[in-house]
Design a protein around this ligand. Structure first.
Ligand code: UD1
Ligand code: CA
Length: 481
C-alpha cells in the first residue's frame, strides 16, 4: 500500500506558482549498498540534497520528495540539512515506476500551482540557469518541456524520438527500443517542467505494458506531443550526468570539486587543483596557498595569505590570515589564529583555539585547548581541557593528565609560565604566572606565580658500573662449555 505521510498545507503561496517534485524512492540497485543511494554523500552532502537545493534556489513551493527505500533515514537527512518543513515527504512504498512516483507526488500539491518541475534525486549537476530556462520554456508555450542531451554513448538512457519534421514525438526506454531507436544519440535527461493540469491527466492514464512492467513517466511525452506540445532544452552530457553506480558518484564529485576549486583558484593558488577536495561550504580568501592532497570540509575558512601545505585535512576549521599549516596537519572544529604555525603532523581536535602567532609543532595533539598569543607547544605533547595564557612555553613530551577514568578535568597555565620537557600535569591543576616547572616534574597541586616547581628523585652516580657489568658477562661467556 502506498501511504501519504505528511502534507504541508499551511505554506504561503509562492509568488511564482512553481511546485517541484523530486523522485528519490529508488533503492539504487547498481550501488550494491546497504544504504539508500540518496544518502551517499557527494562532497559531504547527501545526493538527495542536490535537487532540493536547486528547487530552493528557484523558490519552488511546495517541494515534494517522493521517498521509498529507507524513507525514514532519507527524510532525516533532508531535515538535518534543510530543516523541518522545507520539504514535504510522500512515501512510495513500492517502486512501480517514475510515472507512479509523480502521480503520488502530485497528490501532495495544493491544486493551485501552475507549473510543476520534476527533478530526479540522482541527477545532481544541473545548473539553476538550465532549470530556469526549462520552466520558462514550459510556461511560454504551455507545453511539456523536457531536458535532452546528445551523448556519445547513449546506452541506458531513454531515447528521444522525433517526427519527420523534427518535432519531439516521444521517448522510448532502452529496454523497449528497437535496434534502430537505440542508434539515436539524443537522450532524455529525465527532468521536466509541465503545466500541473496536464501532468495530472497524463499520469492518471499510464499503463505498465512495457519491458519493465512499470508506469513510465516518459510515456507522458507522447501524450503531450498529441495535445499541449513538447518543447526541449538541450544540456551538456556533463550537466545531466546521473549517479547510478559508485564510479559515476566519484566522477560527479570530481566535476563539482573542479568547479569549486576553479572559482577559488582565481585568487588563491592551488599547487595541484586535481588533487584536492574542497566542499561547497568552504571559503578561501585571497592569496591563500593550498598544497597537494589537501582536504577542506564543512565550514572551513582559510584566511588571506594562509598556507595549507600538502596532506592537511581540515573540517569545520577556521584558519586566520597568514597562518601556516605544515604538511599533514589534521584539524577538526578548531580555530587557528592569524600568523600561527602548526604542524607538521599536528592533530587539533574539537574545541582547539590557537591565538595569534601560536606555534604547535609535530606530534602535538590538542583537544578543548586554548593557547594565548605567542604560546608554543612544539613537540610531542598532549593538551586536553586546557587553558594556556600568552607567551607560555610548553616543553617536549608534556602531557595534561585530564582524565581520571570517570571525568575530564581542567589544566590552567597562566601567562609567561615555562613548562619543562616531560612534565605531567595531573588535572585539575593551575600553574601560576611566570612559574617555572622543571623538566620531568609531575604536577599534582596548584603552582604559585613565579616559583620553580620541581619533583625529582635525587640523582645518584655509581662509579665503575659499566666495567663491572661488562666483566660479569665476559666471565659468564668464558664458563660456558
Ligand atoms: C530514467 C528515464 C529515462 C532517462 C533517465 C535519465 C523513465 C522511465 N526513464 O531512467 O528515460 O533517460 O531516467 O537519468 O523515467 N524513482 C522513484 N520511484 C520509482 C522509480 C524511480 O522515485 O518507482 C526515482 C529514482 O529513485 C531515481 C529516479 O526516479 O531518482 C529515476 O529512476 P531510475 O530508475 O534511475 O530511472 P532510469 O532507469 O535512470
Ligand atoms: Ca537513474
Amino acid at each position: 500500500m502506498d501511504r501519504r505521510i505528511r502534507v504541508n498545507r499551511g505554506q504561503p503561496k509562492a509568488k511564482n506558482d512553481l511546485a517541484c517534485l523530486i523522485l528519490a524512492a529508488g533503492k539504487g540497485t547498481r550501488m550494491y549498498s546497504k544504504r539508500a543511494k540518496m544518502l551517499h554523500p557527494i562532497l559531504g552532502v547527501p545526493l538527495v540534497s542536490y535537487p532540493v537545493e536547486r528547487a530552493l534556489e528557484l523558490c519552488a513551493s511546495p517541494i515534494v520528495a517522493v521517498l521509498g527505500f529507507q524513507r525514514a533515514e532519507v527524510e532525516k537527512a533532508v531535515i538535518a540539512r534543510h530543516g523541518q518543513g522545507t520539504v514535504t515527504v510522500v512515501e512510495q512504498a513500492e517502486q512501480k515506476g517514475t510515472g507512479h512516483a509523480v502521480g503520488l507526488g502530485l497528490a501532495a500539491l495544493r491544486r493551485r500551482e501552475e507549473t510543476v518541475l520534476i527533478l530526479y534525486g540522482d541527477v545532481p549537476l544541473l545548473s539553476r540557469e538550465t532549470l530556469t530556462a526549462l520552466v520558462k520554456r514550459s510556461r511560454s508555450g504551455g507545453t511539456l518541456a523536457i531536458l535532452t542531451a546528445e551523448l556519445a554513448d547513449p546506452h541506458g538512457y531513454g531515447r528521444v524520438i522525433r517526427d519527420s519534421r523534427g518535432r519531439i514525438a516521444g521517448v522510448v526506454e532502452e529496454k523497449d527500443a528497437s535496434e534502430e531507436q537505440r542508434g539515436i544519440s539524443e537522450v532524455n535527461a529525465g527532468i521536466y517542467a509541465a503545466p500541473a493540469a496536464f501532468l495530472r491527466q497524463a499520469t492518471a492514464r499510464l499503463s505498465p505494458r512495457n519491458a519493465q512492467g512499470e508506469l513510465y513517466l516518459t510515456d507522458i511525452v507522447a501524450k503531450a506531443a498529441s495535445s499541449i506540445g513538447v518543447s526541449s532544452v538541450n544540456v551538456s552530457a556533463e550537466e545531466m550526468a546521473g549517479v547510478n553506480d559508485r564510479q559515476q558518484l566519484v566522477s560527479v564529485e570530481k566535476i563539482l570539486c573542479r568547479r569549486i576549486v576553479g572559482d577559488f583558484g582565481k585568487h588563491a593558488t592551488f599547487r595541484d587543483p586535481e588533487a584536492v577536495v574542497v566542499e561547497a561550504s568552504v571559503t578561501i580568501d585571497q592569496d591563500a596557498e593550498i598544497g597537494r592532497n589537501v582536504v577542506l570540509r564543512g565550514r572551513t575558512r582559510i584566511g588571506a595569505g594562509a598556507r595549507i601545505d600538502d596532506g592537511c585535512i581540515l573540517t569545520d576549521t577556521e584558519v586566520g590570515a597568514g597562518a601556516t599549516l605544515q604538511p599533514y596537519t589534521v584539524a577538526t572544529q578548531s580555530c587557528i589564529g592569524p600568523g600561527a604555525k602548526v604542524g607538521p603532523f599536528a592533530h587539533l581536535r574539537p574545541g582547539t583555539e590557537l591565538g595569534p602567532e601560536v606555534h604547535v609543532g609535530n606530534f602535538v595533539e590538542t583537544k578543548k585547548a586554548r593557547l594565548g598569543r605567542g604560546s608554543k607547544a612544539n613537540h610531542l605533547t598532549y593538551l586536553g581541557d586546557t587553558i594556556i595564557g600568552e607567551g607560555v612555553n610548553v616543553g617536549a613530551g608534556t602531557i595534561t593528565c585530564n582524565y581520571n577514568g570517570y571525568e575530564k578535568r581542567q589544566t590552567i597555565i597562566e601567562d609567561g609560565a615555562f613548562i619543562g620537557s616531560d612534565t605531567q600535569l595531573v588535572a585539575p591543576v593551575r600553574v601560576g604566572k611566570r612559574a617555572v616547572v622543571a623538566a620531568g616534574t609531575t604536577i599534582t597541586e596548584d603552582i604559585r606565580d613565579g616559583v620553580l616547581a620541581i619533583t625529582r628523585a635525587p640523582l645518584k652516580q655509581v662509579d665503575g658500573y659499566a666495567d663491572r657489568v661488562a666483566k660479569r658477562y665476559a666471565n659468564k661467556a668464558a664458563s660456558k662449555p
